[in-house]
Design a protein around this ligand. Structure first.
Ligand code: ADP
Length: 401
């Protein structure tokens, strides 16, 4: 198919998604449990934005990679998690199509609905049959995609454990691989930051999407002199967070995605208590039926504590203090992960210093969880490799000779 033609299809998908945004948002919240306000204002519009963005690249690939012949890879196998079901599908399908590949996409077993709804939309966009194939199922289905010899590229977003399995399974096969895995992002507040603004950023960083976010700001490092003020303001703010029905537009924190994930979160809360950290949870009411977790924070956390080192993937924040720049850099980099980080300060020099020294694919300054299709996203260390988004995201779906 000529490149300009591909671009038109991707554009049409973006337009249709925009038209059907409300329906997609409701399905997304019903399926995965996230607050409707987030599906409506974040997941669906950002997914559409990715299709719009990559539609524009389809016939301009030569400009992205000057003086290099570019060709599609063939069939791309894409395996995605349950935390941002439609958005992850868009991150993966939009660049794949813009670059001329076909797709076999497997949504997560707990959240297949918006990917299936998207398949319906693709038919409406008259995308030729077989260009995008949605295959539902659990780990064994994912493994079948990974091991299929006719699939030339694997794009995986999910746990570090499964990412490592996929890395081993594809070793030596010549399949191109991108992995976007776990994280344990540090959110760093200096005493010179605008504290109220920083507190809002911390709330968003850890309680957005129930903390089911690979780049969640799950570790908080506060400069010692403002620790008490920050913790007091955070606790006050937690009181106003509403946990409940994902379809209620006043809900701040929706349902935990599955019984299994709730079990994992509760296990880590117990570990935190046993490690000697100090627990605080808001006392909001929880619905009687379903899987729920109150916004939770721990103070007096040791750097070596498991709740400061391991990804919990839930609404649990681990708070520590620091005195010097060197100390906080050392602590922030001291986990197996390297996906994202946040910095709150009034001093540009501190921001520039940290962006060069933090081992994180994304560093947000005086903001958090900001996403844009023009920006690359991806990790260092055990957070994976390869970048999605922006021009970088195109390279993942092309043979570049
Ligand atoms: P999480 O549930 O933390 O997102 P997983 O890595 O278990 O992490 O799930 C992410 C995706 O990987 C899901 O679509 C899941 O079905 C899939 N998956 C799980 N196990 C395997 C496997 N062995 N091979 C390929 N895909 C898998």
């Amino acid at each position: 198919m000529p490149a300009a033609e591909r671009g038109k299809y991707v554009y049409r998908i973006a337009r249709l998604l925009q038209e059907k945004a409300r329906e997609f948002a409701v399905i997304e919240s019903m399926d995965g449990g996230k607050p409707i306000r987030e599906s409506r204002d974040f997941d669906i519009p950002v997914a559409a934005a990715h299709f719009f963005y990559y539609a524009g690249w389809a016939d301009k690939l030569g400009y992205a990679f000057p003086n290099r012949p570019v060709a599609p890879l063939g069939v791309a196998g894409q395996i995605i998690p349950w935390n941002f079901p439609l958005l992850m599908a868009a991150w993966k399908i939009a660049p794949a199509l813009a670059c001329g590949n076909t797709v076999v996409l497997k949504p997560a077993e707990t959240t297949p609905l918006t990917a299936l709804k998207l398949a319906e939309l693709l038919q409406e966009a008259e995308l030729p049959d077989g260009v995008v194939n949605i295959v539902t199922g659990a780990g064994a289905t994912g493994a079948a995609v990974v091991n299929d010899p006719d699939i030339n590229k694997i794009a995986f977003t999910g746990s570090t454990a499964v990412g490592k399995l996929i890395q081993r399974a594809t070793a030596g096969t010549g399949k191109k691989l991108t992995l976007e895995l776990g994280g344990k992002a540090p959110n760093i507040i200096f005493a010179d930051a605008t504290i109220d603004q920083a507190v809002e950023g911390i709330v968003n960083g850890i309680w957005f999407n129930q903390g089911h976010v690979c780049c969640a700001g799950s570790r908080l490092y506060v400069e010692e002199s403002v620790h008490d003020e920050v913790v007091r303001k955070l606790k006050h703010r937690m009181k106003s967070l509403v946990v409940g029905d994902p379809l209620d537009k006043n809900t701040d924190i929706g349902a935990i995605n599955s019984r299994e994930q709730l079990g994992t979160i509760n296990k880590y809360i117990k570990i935190g208590i046993n490690e000697g950290s100090e627990l605080y949870q808001s006392s909001c009411e929880l619905p009687s039926k379903g899987f729920w977790c109150r916004p939770t924070l721990f103070t007096n956390v040791a750097q070596s504590a498991r709740i400061a080192q391991e990804e919990i993937f839930g609404p649990v924040l681990a708070i520590q203090t620091f005195r010097t720049m060197d100390e906080v850099i050392q602590k922030a980099n001291n986990t197996p992960y390297g996906l994202s980080a946040g910095v709150w300060t009034d001093k540009g020099s501190k921001i520039f210093n940290l962006t060069t020294k933090l081992r994180a694919g994304v560093v947000w300054a005086n903001t958090f969880n900001k996403f844009d299709p023009t920006s690359p996203f991806g990790g260092y260390k055990e957070s994976g490799y390869g970048r999605e988004g922006g021009v970088h995201g195109l390279g993942a779906y092309l043979k570049l000779n």
